[in-house]
Ligand binder design. Structure first.
Ligand SMILES: C[S@@+](CC[C@H](N)C(=O)[O-])C[C@H]1O[C@@H](n2cnc3c(N)ncnc32)[C@H](O)[C@@H]1O
Length: 260
């Protein structure tokens, strides 16, 4: 795991200091008062690879690969397309409908979880697991506090239950057939498909491959479907037992589906 410090932006401010301190307590990283030095010098002084920064009442992760911050723009676009009657491959792969429960084992920046929460609606339930404490902190805070001009998206964000957890341990503790669908969107084995904007995420993310044991655990915990997203020609699908797919024929991405 990356070493990190938690601090505020240069302007400080009581609310940001409080947010930085609370986050440091929750995650077990040191809180370091910002003072008048640059973030890179502060990291250097404390032997840290990254800094989680509370500024403008948001949490932003500063990494050598750039800043990681929460923004639901992708979910926004996908939900707009859904409203216009266009298909969404994840919704199709999960066979998602109002009232369903989904366990998103790889929360990341939360776009898929927000789309799932919007479609599952108020009677549905979406839980998102994130193993990286730094990504978890940014996204949990964003899901809870981001406000925009689209109330439906904000409500969907608030309904995502974000947990700092490793999916292996979480799955092992769940009863059989306790959610409708379990979803994995791991860091790609071959990251050439990912854009440069993914670099800060890649810096902090847990990049281990999905294990066969995790898929077996997901098949035990899910009632209806287990879904894996990967690049279209990935050998991960066959390694992990996925032989049925959703995804455009010419798309770079595919969703492997196990129907239970
Ligand atoms: C490609 S991102 C997911 C993106 C996400 N679907 C979205 O819409 O933003 C993969 C995420 O899964 C997390 N992850 C990887 N292994 C994990 C594990 N064993 N338990 C929980 N999270 C994990 C990584 O840290 C990373 O944040």
């Amino acid at each position: 795991m990356e070493t990190a410090i938690i601090t505020t932006g240069a302007k400080g401010g009581d609310a940001n200091i409080r947010l930085a301190r609370e986050t440091a307590d929750r995650l077990g990283f040191p809180y370091v008062p910002r003072g008048r030095v640059s973030l890179s010098l502060l990291c250097q002084q404390h032997g840290a690879g990254a800094a989680l920064v509370a500024k403008n009442s948001e949490l932003v992760l500063g990494t050598p690969a750039g800043e990681l911050f929460f923004h639901p723009s992708m979910a926004h676009l996908r939900l707009k397309n859904l409203r216009q009657g266009k298909p969404d491959h994840l919704v199709e792969a999960l066979d998602l409908a109002p009232g369903m429960s989904v366990l998103d084992c790889t929360l990341g920046l939360g776009s898929d979880a927000i789309v799932a929460a919007a479609v599952a609606g108020e009677t549905g339930r979406v839980t998102g697991l994130e193993a990286s404490p730094l990504i978890f902190a940014v996204v949990r805070h964003g899901l809870a506090h981001f406000s925009g001009d689209n109330p439906a998206i904000c409500q969907a964000m608030r309904r995502v239950r974000a947990l700092w957890a490793d999916y292996h341990e979480y799955l092992a503790a769940q009863p059989d057939k306790s959610v409708d669908a379990v979803y994995f969107d791991p860091m790609f084995r071959h990251p050439f498909l990912e854009s440069a904007s993914m670099n800060p995420l890649r810096f902090a993310a847990d990049s281990r491959p999905v294990s066969e044991a995790a898929i077996a655990g997901a098949c035990r915990v899910a009632r209806r479907r287990v879904v894996l997203k990967e690049s279209s020609h990935s050998t991960e699908f066959s390694r992990l037992g996925f032989s049925s797919f959703v995804g455009g024929r010419y798309s770079k991405l595919r969703y492997g589906v196990i129907s239970l």
